[in-house]
Design a binder for this molecule. Sequence first.
Ligand SMILES: Cc1cc2nc3c(=O)[nH]c(=O)nc-3n(C[C@H](O)[C@H](O)[C@H](O)COP(=O)(O)O)c2cc1C
Length: 354
Amino acid sequence: MSASLFDPVRLGALELANRVVMAPMTRSRAGGGDAPTAMNVDYYRQRASAGLIITEGVQPSANGKGYCRSPGLYSAAQVAGWRAVTAAVHAEGGRIVAQIMHCGRIGSHHNKEPGTETVAPSAIRAKGQMYSDAAGMVDFDLPRALRTDEIPAVVEEYRHATRCAMEAGFDGVELHCTSGYLPAQFLSTGTNQRDDAYGGSLQNRIRFPLEVLAAMGEAAGFDRVGMRICPGNPFNDLHDDNPRETFAALLDAVRPLALAYLHVIRFPAPDLDVVELAARHFGRPLLVNDNDNGKSGDKALASGEADALSFGRAFIGNPDLVRRLREGLPLAGFDVKTLYSPGPQGYTDYPPAP
Ligand SMILES: Cc1cc2nc3c(=O)[nH]c(=O)nc-3n(C[C@H](O)[C@H](O)[C@H](O)COP(=O)(O)O)c2cc1C
């Protein structure tokens, strides 16, 4: 018999009470020092009936920050803030992992602390703009290309953030390896024009994410590390000449690490079935995001393609999404204007179903 969304499942060392996973969502509401606040505790506690919460993208260092008011996971104050979040989720019987997101070239100095830098594999500015509190919409920074001898220190940032995550009580960590951020910038031909051991050949382009995964696995245990991918995703001006070949090589190299899970966003790339690619080159456990605002139901589970499904937008207006899905209750929408605004409005004020 095929599994339903409401059956328990094990992803590596993570024991989930159900297969409804909350997808990572940046909400831009961290407090001073990029540390989580009591409001962030409320937000995650409200959603703790998910089988697993994956936090918003969290920067592993000040350089890794791209967006305004995004939280970090490298200082004592940030660890203390996150500890209150994980304790609240655990008290409700939930599980929570931290998504480690180094934005690389997708950033603006307007959103960063003084003295920090925007760094990337190559000095190529992304086309497009981002929001900053200080100056409104601004161009992305022109990044500085990392020197070869600087890359180990960036890998160490991920190791340190993972140690901080475990200290803060997280059940695990997820590497953000898509959407045009730093690991994806190393993987992709359009953003990686290096001629050292981290660029050029396919084996060189996959080196950075592999070193990062090794560091994260050493810090947390590989069965507490997941990775998120979306081959072919052009978000944030990302281009790769051959996403199928790139991700096949990456996943072939990742498979022996026996990670907790691979998290795949279903994306309609030409001639590329990303779930099939993941199944073939990574195997299981597979967490699938259908990228359709929660409309897919549990088809991917019923067909046996996935071990669990993640839902992003549906969790914004429905903190009790698991109950609503189980009981067939109507789903509430959400206000786009307050997605990234500071304060509780549009964040912690969506009520559970009566
Ligand atoms: C407000 C918002 C913020 C997001 N932030 C992140 C993020 O920090 N990390 C990430 O991997 N994906 C992020 N995403 C993508 C979601 O995790 C998810 O893949 C996407 O919304 C599609 O799933 P859905 O149809 O269930 O919403 C974000 C999406 C939204 C709507």
